[in-house]
Each structure stands twice: as C-alpha cells, then as structure tokens.
Design a protein around this ligand. Structure first.
Ligand code: MN
Length: 240
C-alpha cells in the first residue's frame, strides 16, 4: 500500500495551472493509492465552508470524486486554510486531522504536521498562530458576512507577504530544537511536514536513535509528493 503526502499547494484562482496539476494528480497517479495526506495549505485561503470561489469548488469536486473512488484522504489545516471545517469534509469526503498528529506508516511511528509550529524563531508569527487557531476567535470570524471575511483574508495575505519580505529566511525555517523536542515528546522516528517550502530529507540523531525529517515542497512552480510504501520512501518533484 502506497501512502502519498503533499502540502502547500496554495490553490487559488490566480494560478489555475496548479489546480489543473493537482486534479490531474488525483485522477492519475494518486488514484488507487492506499491513502493521501494533505498536510496543510491546500488552499491559498478559505473563508469558511460557505466559500463560493469557483476555483476552490472545482478542487473540492475533484476531491469528492477521488474519495468516492475509494481512497481515504486526510486533510490537515495550514496557516492559510485554518478555517476548513466539517462542511468542507462533508463536501469532499476528506477527513480533517489534527495538527500535529502521530500515526503509524508502514510500521513506523510518524509525526505529521503542517510545520509552522516548528518555526519557533519567528515570535511574531507564533503570536499570530495562537490567535487564529483559537476556536473562539475562529467562531467570531465565521459569524461575519462572507464578503467581510473575503476582505479580511485579502488583508491577511498582504500582511503575510509584507512579514515574509521583512524577516530573514533562517528565522522562518523550522527550528532544530523544536523538532528535537517534538520527536522526543511524541517518540517518533519520522517527521513529515511542509510550510517552509524547502523540500528535503534530513537525517539526524535524538537520544542515540536515528530519525528522519522529510519536508514537502510547495506547488507554486511544480508539484511535490512523498511516496511511502513497503519498498521505501521517495520525495519527488512533479514537473508541470
Ligand atoms: Mn504554510
């Protein structure tokens, strides 16, 4: 059984070629996989389960066809689409999972996370993360009219771009100590996450035991997928 992992697709009407590629992936090589895990930021934004954006609805319909064909699909919140809720799950047949979550993949205890919680050097970002992941704050936001939420999402994206321009790249990467703490606390041998848009495989040792951290890439210019089956793991780029 093959497990597929993707993250940071950032699907948005402004770049339909990324949605096209993801939909082709769902109808092609991902069809018949054992499971598909989307580890956050499937969408560039999501203003609530009443989101009526045509591009996002097109992706939701493709996910619905995909899960209806029999492959379980697990979706984690990212920092862009943290408002994905049960309405999204019902519409697509996907299962929402907590961030982070410990699971067993091919007999290996594995931590799945979007990855932003490991970026502990970016204090301002972590303060924002605490606010937007608070259920009471989310409920207040969701109570606003959809047009207001769309405006807020636009402003948040502009604010995020400004912050990303100002902060030096190392600050926005995963902190090795935060990874180590998580590995020890969750007693995992493998960590899979996205968010940093720095795809790679990192081998390291914690408490004398070899561990692996796999970082998934973003889908801005190409696709990125981790394949994990009984024969091993492969982090691949999908050409566009
Ligand atoms: Mn992210």
């Amino acid at each position: 059984m093959t497990h597929l992992f993707v993250s940071d697709l950032h699907l948005d009407g402004a770049a339909p070629e990324a949605s096209d590629q993801f939909i082709a992936f769902l109808r092609g090589e991902a069809l018949g996989a054992g499971a598909l895990y989307i580890l956050g930021d499937l969408f560039e934004s999501w203003v609530g389960d009443d989101d009526d954006d045509a591009e996002r609805l097109r992706v939701c319909a493709a996910l619905r066809d995909y899960t209806a064909a029999g492959t379980p699909c697990f979706v984690m919140h990212g920092n862009r689409d943290f408002l994905l809720g049960e309405g999204f799950a019902a519409r697509t047949g996907c299962h929402l999972v907590a961030d982070p979550v410990v699971t067993d993949i091919e007999g290996v205890r594995t931590l799945l996370a979007h990855g932003d919680l490991f970026c502990t050097d970016d204090v301002k970002y972590q303060q924002l993360r605490t606010i937007v992941r608070d259920p009471a704050w989310q409920a207040r936001l969701l109570a606003l009219p959809i047009d207001t939420r769309k405006l807020i999402a636009e402003e948040a994206r502009a604010g995020s771009r400004a912050h990303t321009r100002r902060v030096i790249p190392e600050i926005m990467d995963a902190n090795p100590r935060a990874i180590e703490v998580a590995v020890r606390a969750c007693a995992v041998d493998v960590v899979i996450h996205g968010h940093t848009h720095r795809p790679g495989v990192h081998e390291f040792v914690v408490d004398g035991r070899p561990r692996t951290r796999i970082v998934l890439g973003a889908w801005y210019e190409q696709g990125s997928v981790l394949e994990w089956s009984a024969t091993g793991r492969r982090l691949r780029t999908l050409a566009r």
